[in-house]
Design a binder for this molecule. Structure first.
Ligand SMILES: *Cc1c(COP(=O)(O)O)cnc(C)c1O
Length: 469
């Protein structure tokens, strides 16, 4: 299988080639030249597989330059009970009639990003070793992505992580999670500024092409295709758990920010998974909901982006959205380029003439959830079922409610556990969220973090001193 760019300007590349790159050279995003097809016979033959074995089968459809035996070793190293210690790795938890949670947050950082990142860590190490190469991951995080990347890459050969975070602006739990890592290849740098300033420093250093190439800088952001492919696995897993016969339909509700998680659902549906609806939930930052309601895509500035109580969905532009637009525009790179040119010129583009297709052809519907909705949903789910959900998952449950249909299971993707967002849980139910036993001592562990001013040169010096070349 070869990969191409949404903007049409990339020679066909293999999986391992696109793995280590960020954007395609033409500014687009990598996609398979054609999607593998899931027949109902194939799906039925997968019903009894373990999660790791299912991952091998599914990822094997997207990766033809890693032998299947090796791939199987990587998926078993990523998806096992040491990494995902819960009773089931990806449990299906019934909430109420017709609605279940798909538990994606049983990994080390209690959020769904572990699902893809754990595989990414394994496959990075594998490909780097094959190529005798090294990579220095440089990133900025406001919480979830940075910690998932660090837990996936700690102790891995050939790769170091330099993660910038805003000093004093993450939750106590998130700080303890990241800064308590003592692995030599993990470098936490706390900058005296806000997230956007951290992001600007990453852009400045990665944009210095000479520095980038001398120090082998790479990224693990959500546009990485390997992350999307790894996420396709749990949509299939969820379908297999929620159905018992070929062709039965399921709907998924997805708390969304960068459009990475729900894009994997779209890919699974395009491959032939019997998905009725993909229900996109946003918080007050409703750029995507607005698009699915009006057909107009209008990203916001950082200043227009609200800080909400589902912070991992506080995005102003949806970095994976271009892959969906590519499909909407009949996979015509020229039309995709037109949209992004228009966006650069006017700050928006208008696909309202395609509005009728969003649901009828692609199954997409969308809704917004507010702070009050989150609190009310967390509380009512807790009182009615005894299950405590996190604020992001609550956005999903809230928006899903409008689309529940008789006879069609609605699976809400549980994108984080409540322990990560204790403050909002306290506000919703008047008591703190329980912390899993194995993490209760986290806050008392010694922390290792370098605190710096928001200064590109200081960060550069630190990388020069600490990066293996
Ligand atoms: C990252 C994240 C999201 C948003 O996922 P996207 O792939 O960016 O749409 C939702 N909830 C949680 C808890 C997250 O960490």
């Amino acid at each position: 299988m070869k990969y191409r760019s949404t903007r049409g300007g990339m020679a066909p590349l293999s999986f391992s080639d696109i793995l280590l790159e960020g954007l395609a050279p033409d500014g687009g995003l990598a996609l398979p030249e054609s999607l593998p097809v899931l027949t109902s016979a194939t799906l039925e033959s997968w019903r009894s597989l373990s999660y790791a074995d299912l991952a091998t089968e599914v990822l094997g459809l997207f990766i033809d330059d890693i032998p299947l035996d090796d791939l199987s070793r990587l998926t078993h190293a990523a998806y096992n009970s040491d990494v995902f210690p819960g009773a089931a790795m990806v449990p299906l938890k019934p909430l109420k009639k017709g609605v279940s949670l798909l538990g994606l947050s049983e990994g080390p950082t209690l959020a769904f990003k572990d699902m893809a990142m754990q595989f990414l860590g394994q496959v990075f190490e594998y490909v780097l070793e094959k190529r005798q190469a090294t990579l220095n991951i440089l990133g900025a995080t406001s919480g979830d992505t940075g910690s998932a990347a660090e837990y996936a890459l700690r102790g891995k050969g050939g790769v170091s992580v330099f993660m910038l975070s805003p000093h004093g602006r993450m939750s106590e739990f998130q700080r303890a999670q990241m800064y308590s890592l003592q692995d030599a290849n993990i470098h936490n740098i706390a900058l005296k500024g806000v997230f956007d300033e951290c992001q600007d420093i990453v852009k400045a250093l990665a944009g210095d092409l000479e520095f980038k190439s001398a120090y082998h800088l790479g990224a693990v952001n959500s546009i990485n295709w390997a992350r999307i492919a790894a996420q396709v696995v749990y949509y299939i897993w969820g379908w297999l758990r929620a159905t018992s016969a070929p062709g039965q339909q399921v709907s998924f509700a997805v708390p969304s920010g960068n459009f990475g998680n729900i894009l994997a659902g779209h890919i699974a549906r395009q491959m032939g998974l019997p998905v009725r609806r993909l229900v996109l939930a946003t918080n007050e930052n409703n750029v995507l909901e607005e698009f699915f309601r009006t057909g107009i895509y209008r990203p916001r500035s950082a200043a227009q982006t609200h800080a909400t109580s589902s912070p991992s969905m506080d995005i102003s532009r949806a970095s994976n959205f271009e892959r969906f637009v590519f499909d909407l525009l009949d996979q015509d790179p020229a039309r995709v380029r037109e949209c992004w040119d228009q966006l650069a010129k006017t700050g928006e583009f208008d696909l309202s003439h395609l509005l009728p297709l969003f649901e009828s052809r692609y199954g997409f519907v969308a809704g917004v959830s507010s702070h009050q909705d989150r609190l009310a949903t967390i509380k009512s789910v807790y009182t009615e079922t005894g299950v405590l959900i996190d604020p992001h998952t609550a956005d999903g449950v809230k928006v899903a409610a409008a689309y529940v249909e008789e006879g069609i299971p609605m699976l809400v993707l549980e994108t984080a556990l409540p322990a990560k967002f204790g403050e909002t849980i306290q506000e919703a139910i008047g008591q703190p969220a329980p912390v899993p036993v194995h993490l209760q001592s986290l806050a008392s562990l010694p922390q290792r973090v370098e605190v710096m001013d928001c200064n590109v040169e200081q960060v550069r010096d630190y990388i020069v001193k600490h990066a293996p070349r």
